[in-house]
Design a protein around this ligand. Structure first.
Ligand code: SAM
Length: 376
């Protein structure tokens, strides 16, 4: 048995142990598709940015078959890998990666494919996820699109090398795929602030769309059932996942505010809002539209585009906040937290979505219940 085969089996064992892989057909796909073919080079975190790693380097194969996300592009610039290789680690924001196998397994199972389903993937990246789809359904039923033509070219070659030939295209995945084909399933491996109506229109009524939500606070994984035209309804799923955003849905970077501040005590740790595992996080994101969390130099801050901000710190055995700008954001946080307690601490899987073209809302418990705009 080759090293790659042994490591691949170990990775599948890890996914089984995590309880994210159950379906025998997907287990076979993960056991079969050679992830190393799709990752001849990638970045690894370094003290001062991102270092370059490639085939043959010490630990390359072990990294490929680790359960880690492997970044393949920074700042939309395909040239940065060469710079990192020959000039040393580079700073940058990941703009393409081979996602964590754990979230890949979760999303592929949540897609609930059946034999004969035609699937569209948004976000080809390395091509590894497309290869898993091809292994499960056959290349003739898989379509994949990425906004970056260099990534698509590289993925197409690697897919061919591994024996797969899905339909690949370079373009804006928010538009779906070149017209004329309807899909049974759509899977998006980048996150979206709203559901592109083209996906709903290109999915057969009753077909499923699995994607992650891109929200400044409280993203998550959703499954949508397409209706007629650009309509659909769905649920936020208990199993969570976070992805880099679709290019047009990126947020503008903001900074932790500077200057003198007046601190006052608070009982709430900032983690209840900012930590993915916090049960309050999703509701907080709905109640604090536009508010984003930042961490810089040991300070955690919440900021809103209207200039309102909060700084939060640990002090003694408790916590302190300071705030500024036109609105008192922390009061909003505290009242949202109280309301969430009164509502019985709803977790993400009590929320759903109703979609009608650009009219897209999130609801609590039932479409007739309380609603919030999906993209405020
Ligand atoms: C996490 S990576 C995808 C991982 C990929 N499925 C794999 O298996 O390697 C996200 C990808 O989404 C792509 N992307 C971002 N905006 C896009 C858009 N508007 N249309 C299509 N792809 C987009 C990025 O270029 C990036 O390659």
């Amino acid at each position: 048995m080759s090293n790659a085969t042994r490591l691949r089996r170990r990775l599948v064992g890890h996914l089984l142990g995590e309880g994210v892989l159950h379906d025998a057909r997907w287990i076979t796909a993960f056991r079969t598709v050679p992830r190393h073919v799709f990752l001849p080079r990638f970045f690894v975190p370094a003290a001062n940015g991102w270092a370059a790693m490639e085939t043959g380097d010490d630990k390359w194969l072990a990294r490929v078959y680790s359960p880690d996300v492997l970044v393949v592009q920074l700042d939309d610039d395909s040239g940065l890998w060469e710079r990192a290789r020959y000039l040393g680690a580079q700073p940058g924001t990941p703009t393409s990666s081979s996602s964590q196998p754990t979230i890949m397994a979760i999303m592929l199972e949540e897609l609930r494919v059946a034999d004969g389903n035609r699937v569209l993937e948004i976000g080809t990246g390395t091509g590894y996820n497309a290869a898993l789809l091809c292994q499960r359904l056959g290349s003739g039923l898989v379509y994949t699109v990425d906004i970056d033509p260099d990534l698509v070219d590289a993925a197409r070659k690697r897919l061919a090398e591994a024996g797969y030939a899905p339909s690949c295209a370079a373009g804006d995945g928010a538009e779906g795929f070149p017209a004329g084909v309807l899909y049974d399933r759509v899977i998006c491996t980048c996150s979206v602030s709203s559901i592109p109506p083209a996906w709903l229109e290109q999915t057969v009524p009753g077909g499923l769309i699995v994607t992650t939500l891109n929200r400044p606070i409280g993203g998550g994984l959703v499954r949508i059932v397409a209706g007629e035209g650009a309509t659909g309804h769905g649920r936020v799923l208990a199993r969570d996942g976070r992805f880099m955003p679709l290019r047009a849905h990126r947020f503008k970077p903001s900074k932790v505010p500077e200057g003198d501040v007046v601190w006052r005590p608070t009982r709430l740790p900032i983690g209840v809002i900012t930590e993915v595992r916090s049960r309050f996080e999703f509701f907080a994101g709905l109640q604090l539209p536009g508010v984003a969390a930042l961490r810089e130099g040991g300070i955690t801050a919440l900021v809103h585009p209207d200039g309102s901000w909060i700084r939060h710190r640990q002090a003694g055995g408790g916590f302190e906040v300071a705030e500024g700008g036109p609105r008192r954001l922390w009061e909003g946080v505290e009242s949202a937290y109280e309301e969430w307690l009164d509502l019985g601490q709803p977790w993400r899987d009590r929320f759903g979505l109703s979609l009608d073209g650009e009219e897209q809302v999130i609801w609590l418990d039932s479409p007739d219940g309380r609603t919030w705009p999906l993209c405020p």
